[in-house]
Design a protein. Structure first.
Length: 206
């Protein structure tokens, strides 16, 4: 049986975290890599993340090891945190991307991050599993880890956002006890990112 552990991410292995999350984003938003290499994109994400590490008192980035290999990443937030401005994100991405791709990529990051975390809630901001290690129950283990952490923090809800077209992820979340509590259509996301709608899903922690 494979040895599995989940550990807090630190600046020394943040590149691994970014690599895994970038895979997940590339599945949903493949235009990311049309104007820069995956290595360049990972470096940009690393820069954004490191900038946030300096500001935040809780930086919920975790890596899952499967037989001593980093194969999954998890990003959690359980309190209101300072967000980066669209201007900062765009300026950072613009250094490596043309204006159009920098704008679209910045829009994704900004839309994803602009809302405050609800009270008494642990929010799952991102889940990523390396393509070669999917279908092994790893995503479920990340959700279980999130719930256990929320319970230790005496929080009452788990929440996450998922694209309405991401049926496989929705099925996973529903199997874990999440329910869709709202659906939002964002005009800018539809116009520039071809995203029809985003579901907010919640699980009550008992």
């Amino acid at each position: 049986m494979a040895e599995i552990s989940i550990k807090k991410c630190d600046p020394n292995n943040l590149m691994e975290f970014s690599r895994i999350i970038s895979q997940a984003f590339n599945d949903k938003f493949p235009f990311f890599f049309k104007s820069l290499s995956e290595e360049e994109y990972i470096k940009l994400i690393e820069k954004l993340k490191l900038n946030r590490v300096k500001k935040l008192d809780f930086h919920g980035c975790y890596l899952l090891e499967y037989d001593k290999k980093h194969v999954a990443a998890l990003n959690l937030i359980y309190k209101e945190m300072e967000r980066e401005s669209f201007k900062f994100i765009f300026k950072t991405l613009r250094k490596k991307m043309n204006i159009w791709f920098a704008f679209r990529s910045s829009l994704i990051v900004f839309i994803e991050d602009h809302e405050k975390v609800p009270k008494d809630t642990l929010e799952i901001k991102a889940v990523g599993v390396d393509k070669t290690y999917r279908k092994k129950g790893i995503g479920y283990k990340l959700l279980q880890f999130s719930e256990d952490l929320a319970r230790k923090k005496n929080l009452k809800h788990l929440e996450l956002s998922v694209l309405s077209r991401n049926n496989s992820a929705i099925s996973l979340y529903e199997s874990f006890g999440f329910k869709i509590i709202s659906t939002k259509k964002i005009w800018l996301a539809k116009k520039f990112l071809d995203i029809d709608a985003v579901h907010t899903m919640q699980k009550i922690i008992k």
